[in-house]
Design a protein around this ligand. Structure first.
Ligand SMILES: *[C@@H]1O[C@H](CO)[C@@H](O)[C@H](O)[C@H]1NC(C)=O
Ligand SMILES: *[C@@H]1O[C@H](CO)[C@@H](O)[C@H](O)[C@H]1NC(C)=O
Length: 342
């Protein structure tokens, strides 16, 4: 019954999702990557001509300075003078139609760099993440994710600290982080398991309730934490990690977003993540467990624990579903008041 429900829902939202995807494509198709000569052939034209840029791993040393490595050269990152194996390493995977030029990528790169405690690596798969959602991008999630997983095993064997490695992905990138985690386990014969995967509103269309599709699950890493902000539309309709956070019920419209612009709610996931990276914050995304959103609203919630927060600083032993409310603008986190519905 539930499965059929999801299928019907999927069919129902399909039209709206497609219409919005088209609108976004229309807006973004002419935006050049920030490292691209604006006069050069637009991305889509290049893709049409078969001039595909291969995916690269971009190691950032400042907000804008970075060195790009093709997958076949990825182990050389370990020798880069801007790479410090004593630090944590984050690999961030962007979503549909995005690239290094995306607002989400610029924001998280800056905030991670400002923390000074991470090697900041972005998977740039802008060509593979466009131009068409189902025909190109969804298929490439599996292909690029498998390639990245294979490369990661080489990097880990080459000395990359596994315990300090963290994969973070938004939307299609959230689904790809699952593919990466599964591939790492497969290629290493089960010997290597990624310690932490964080998925920011992992993509729904093409991944749930469809025969043959494989979506993110708790077994893709040791610990998989998920933020839901547009559940049932662009975002996963069901819990899909070790621990799932549902700010504002995980539903659209998120506070501060307009009802009809779904993508705003979807993107809230990386805004919240970005804010959760802030050091010395006085406000955290305090969260509390509950059976569901209506129960949270009624105050039928688990015990308050100040250490239970959504985002970067999540405890590593949580399980199940957690709820909170946020503000509609930065700062989004409400601290302790966020766990009491109003
Ligand atoms: C990302 O977080 C930083 C630090 O809190 C903040 O200064 C910046 O405005 C945020 N960016 C976006 C786009 O929200
Ligand atoms: C943040 O906290 C750390 C450790 O408590 C401190 O050393 C640092 O100066 C603080 N930074 C800011 C910007 O307040």
């Amino acid at each position: 019954m539930k499965f059929i429900g999801i299928l019907l829902l999927a069919a129902g939202i399909q039209a709206q999702v497609l219409a919005e995807l088209e609108a976004i494509q229309g807006i973004t198709r002419d935006i050049p990557a920030f490292d691209e000569d604006p006069k050069s052939l637009a991305r889509e034209k290049r893709a049409f001509l078969g001039l595909l840029d291969p995916p690269t791993l971009a190691l950032f040393s400042t907000e804008t300075d970075r060195t790009k490595y093709k997958f076949k050269d990825a182990v050389k990152i370990l020798k880069d003078r801007n790479f410090d194996n004593q630090k944590k390493t984050v690999i961030y995977i962007h979503g549909f139609l995005e690239g290094l030029f995306a607002e989400s990528v610029k924001a998280v790169v800056k905030t991670y760099i400002d923390r000074k405690d991470h090697n900041v690596i972005i998977l740039d798969w802008h060509t593979q993440a466009s131009p068409e959602y189902f025909l190109n991008a969804v298929q490439n999630v599996y292909k690029v994710g498998a390639d990245l997983g294979t490369v990661l095993v080489d990097m880990i064997k080459g000395g990359l600290s596994l315990e300090r490695l963290h994969i973070v992905g938004h939307s299609l990138g959230g689904q790809m982080s699952g593919v990466v985690g599964r591939t790492v386990q497969k290629v290493s014969g089960g010997k290597i398991i990624l310690p932490r995967i964080s998925a920011l509103d992992p993509a729904y269309p093409g991944f749930y309730g469809i025969p043959g599709a494989e979506h993110l699950t708790a077994s893709d890493g040791e610990y998989v934490d998920v933020l839901h902000t547009d559940s049932g539309f662009y975002g996963a309709p069901v819990p899909t990690g070790t621990v799932d956070f549902w700010p504002n019920g995980g539903l659209f419209p998120q506070p501060g977003c307009i009802l009809v612009v779904n993508v705003c709610s979807h993107q809230r996931s990386w805004w919240y993540w970005n804010e959760s990276l802030l050091k010395n914050s006085t406000n955290y995304f305090n969260s509390v467990t509950a059976k569901n959103w209506p129960d949270f609203k009624l105050g039928n919630v688990g015990e308050f624990n100040p250490d239970i927060v959504m985002g970067y600083g999540v405890l590593d032993n949580l399980n199940g579903n957690y709820y909170l409310q946020t503000n509609g603008a930065s700062p989004f986190a409400r601290g302790r008041t966020g766990i009491k519905y109003d």
